[in-house]
Design a protein around this ligand. Sequence first.
Ligand SMILES: Nc1ncnc2c1ncn2[C@@H]1O[C@H](COP(=O)(O)OP(=O)(O)OP(=O)(O)O)[C@@H](O)[C@H]1O
Ligand SMILES: [Mg+2]
Length: 338
Amino acid sequence: MLGAKDFGIDLGTNFIRIYTPSSAIITEPNIIVFQRGTESIAAIGTRAEKLLSLDTERYMQLFVKENGALDYTTARETLGFIVRHYQPFSFLLHPDLLMAIPHGSSVIERKAIRDLCIQAGFNEKGLYFIDELLAAAIGAGLPVLEPVGTMVINIGGGNTQAGVFSLGGLVCSGSLHKGGRELSRQIVEYVRKQYGIMIDITTAQRAKLRIGSLLPQDMEIDQVTLNGRNMKTGMPDSAVVTTEEMREAIRPVVNEMVDCIYQVLEQTPPELASDLIENGVIATGGAVQMRGLLELIEERTHLNIKIAKHTSDAVIRGVQKVMQDPSAWNGVYSDLLQ
Ligand SMILES: Nc1ncnc2c1ncn2[C@@H]1O[C@H](COP(=O)(O)OP(=O)(O)OP(=O)(O)O)[C@@H](O)[C@H]1O
Ligand SMILES: [Mg+2]
């Protein structure tokens, strides 16, 4: 197996991450804008965000992933845009691709992803895929090829995933289509129900990052003013929300995340479970940085959890490692047709 040389892609819920040997890792917010009338994508990432803020009549936002699941048409158009605009070498008509695919995708879903990559312009014979959880483990530096048990947790914008690996293979895993974005959404819901004020998800996310915490700890600032619209009057209005209220709002979803990880441990064979107790577990993804989240998982599982150094970029870093030395990782990626 030769491996992909040109492009590595991780289409995340919050971010699109692209690796090319010439420009290393590019991270763009997952914002896709479609230009009405031209029936095509006008921009992605920060440029798309700018266009949207300038002209909402002409531009419309599309979503590659909603609630953790891929929208195939938007994904195809977005990949086509990436082929045209992020080409490492302009003479390449059909570049190779190593794509991180959602953990737990079925054979049918994987075939569909393969088809849309070909339609987007990638080289049919140079298409490779890697499970995003395995890529996260590799990116976080776990010795997944060794004859020991290692565990990775990945909590991103739209997904919570955990898996145990040994000898390059997945031993057991679990996933939930809920991640950091769902926590922000719960804050939106709480403010709507409790105060009758509608705030947008970006406002909720900002507040979550600023004062969100799952620990009853002393925070320097423990309340924020959230601006939104009063649902009765339709007028601009605001609510003051405390860390404690936010904790109450997100706790049910956090419990689902912790349960998902606990269930993976329950499935882990005892001989590998002892490796996990000895060597600890690595956490990846942006949302594992939520204050107190790892402490809660540790409390429930009695495991020692470390955050990966480049936690948000773990998947694309794993893709990069595999692309840089495909023969060393032969077997962890596939062309899905074997
Ligand atoms: N310091 C932080 N505290 C709490 N949450 C955070 C922090 N930093 C980032 N997040 C959350 O992490 C999420 C984004 O994580 P990440 O970049 O791993 O997602 P993604 O790869 O785009 O999504 P997915 O892999 O689930 O499709 C967002 O919901 C964001 O609010
Ligand atoms: Mg991700």
